[in-house]
Ligand binder design. Structure first.
Ligand code: SF4
Length: 94
């Protein structure tokens, strides 16, 4: 069982990255030097908010435990929280 079993996405779909709204943008926007940079975080989140593959991106980042960057509009700290919640739900369901 994985996170992608629990969210509405097509994480297995080949080439989801090709549809990314951030494709062609400066990648440093999504890898701020600090997660406390609210200005940069806000711009990255605006791009993620309109991204057609946001859920796939977020699930990928959580499952592969990406430790840096903004993925699916979520910071590393936020992804850790989401992962903990998912693990708790999975434990309760088993
Ligand atoms: S959700 Fe954000 S980081 Fe992920 S592919 Fe889309 S624009 Fe890029």
């Amino acid at each position: 069982m994985s996170i992608s079993d629990h969210v509405d996405l097509e994480v297995g779909r080949a080439g989801w990255r090709e549809e990314a709204a951030c494709s062609g943008l400066d990648t440093t926007l999504f890898f701020p030097s600090t997660e406390d940079d609210q200005g940069q975080l806000s711009v990255a989140r605006q791009v993620c908010a309109i991204c057609p593959v946001r859920e796939a991106c977020l699930a990928y980042a959580i499952e592969s435990r990406q430790t840096v960057g903004i993925w699916g509009g979520a910071t590393t700290r936020e992804r850790r929280r989401l992962r903990r919640r998912w693990l708790e739900r999975a434990r309760r369901a088993s």
